[in-house]
Design a protein around this ligand. Structure first.
Ligand SMILES: NC(=O)c1ccc[n+]([C@@H]2O[C@H](COP(=O)([O-])OP(=O)(O)OC[C@H]3O[C@@H](n4cnc5c(N)ncnc54)[C@H](O)[C@@H]3O)[C@@H](O)[C@H]2O)c1
Length: 324
């Protein structure tokens, strides 16, 4: 019998051989579960030494039910489905995998920006419907000289800025934790939130979801924006009040949106967003490439292996657990 038990709470990858290989080196067995509810996670993880989780819920009540867990590693960057505070209080290390898909998500954001600016999807649909009419997707504006706003300028947003540099747009960003000096050389000017909202022609969202950012784009924020603005969200659905966004799109209060993430995922079958022509919808696919998936699985498993072996993982999100 292996020394440790590591539970993968929710599945979705083609193989778990990466995890099995990494964790075998610390004598840990990998157990695959298919948890959807809090009760499922409690049942599967009660006696786990380590947890690898994707979208399964890990609120305070579930953290409290873990009897011997030393580490929870999230397959991804955001840890909004984990109650990190409770984990810290219990001495459990929470780790994530930053940077594994900076290239992929930034390209997804750029792809959505480009598809919106050129109305690529509308033209594609029109041609397939037998039409040949440049005017069918009016209006399209020149992008050179327009303003690209970045909400949050961390790893992914900086990669977006590098990729967008050739478009000769003015680039501005709002991020309360980043100084002008830290983005020097990117061609980005730091501004306050009000300026970001009122002057952006394209707004690309890259902040994490938390109590201070939930619904940062709400009806009031939308009302301040230009009627010609396009909003792109590849970050987390909860950053935008989706009901208010849907209304603004339906009423033509903003020009359009490109969304990879939603308040509830998968997006509800009946969501009115599915019926709106002025938005482009992708299915939280920004992170994915054949390369990123291998990196994600390997590095998440390495984080668990490190903690079980008594080492610090590459990226603890609650480093204060070590000073407790
Ligand atoms: N769509 C996908 O598949 C996908 C994949 C990976 C990451 N993501 C999401 O992308 C987001 C960004 O990831 P990252 O790796 O660039 O993270 P990061 O931590 O490097 O950057 C986030 C930035 O947001 C800033 N920020 C924090 N609070 C803010 C606020 N109130 N207003 C403005 N900015 C604020 C931080 O200072 C930081 O600079 C995360 O939410 C993550 O969950 C999505």
């Amino acid at each position: 019998m292996a020394k440790y038990k590591v539970v993968v709470t929710d599945l979705g990858y083609k193989t778990y051989d990466y995890e099995k290989n990494v964790l075998a080196a610390v004598d840990a067995e990998v157990v695959l579960a298919s948890c959807r509810t809090e009760e499922d996670v409690k049942k599967a993880c009660r006696d786990a030494d380590g947890v690898l989780l994707r979208s399964a819920p890990m609120p305070a009540a579930v953290v409290a039910s873990l009897e011997k867990c030393k580490v929870i590693a999230r397959y991804g960057v955001g840890v909004d489905n984990v109650d990190v505070e409770s984990a810290t209080a219990k001495g459990i290390v929470v780790a994530n995998v930053p940077g594994y898909c900076d290239d992929e998500v930034s390209t997804q954001a750029v792809a959505l920006i480009c598809a919106l600016m050129r109305k690529t999807v509308s033209h594609d649909k029109a041609v397939r419907a037998g039409k040949w009419d440049i005017g069918s997707a009016d209006p399209i504006y020149r992008t050179k000289g327009k303003t690209l706003g970045l909400l949050g300028i961390g790893r992914i947003a900086r990669t977006v800025a590098k990729k967008m540099a050739g478009f000769e747009m003015k680039m501005i960003a709002y991020d309360p934790y980043v100084t002008e000096e830290q983005v020097k050389g990117l061609g980005v000017t730091m501004v306050d939130l009000g300026t970001l909202l009122t002057t952006s022609d394209f707004l690309s969202i890259h902040a994490p979801l938390g109590p201070s950012t939930r619904h940062i784009i709400d009806a009031k924020a939308l009302a301040k924006m230009k009627p010609t603005v396009y909003i792109v969200n590849t970050s987390r659905g909860g950053l935008i009040d989706q009901k208010a966004l849907t209304q603004a799109l339906a009423d033509g209060k903003i020009a359009g949106a490109g969304l990879d993430v939603y308040e509830v995922e998968p997006l509800e079958a009946e969501s009115p967003l599915r019926r709106l022509d002025n938005c482009i919808l992708t299915d939280h696919a920004g992170w994915y490439s054949e390369e990123s998936i291998v990196e994600l699985q390997t590095r998440a498993a390495q984080a668990v292996a490190a903690v079980l072996a008594g080492r610090r993982p590459e990226s603890p999100v609650n480093p204060q657990v070590y000073t407790k």
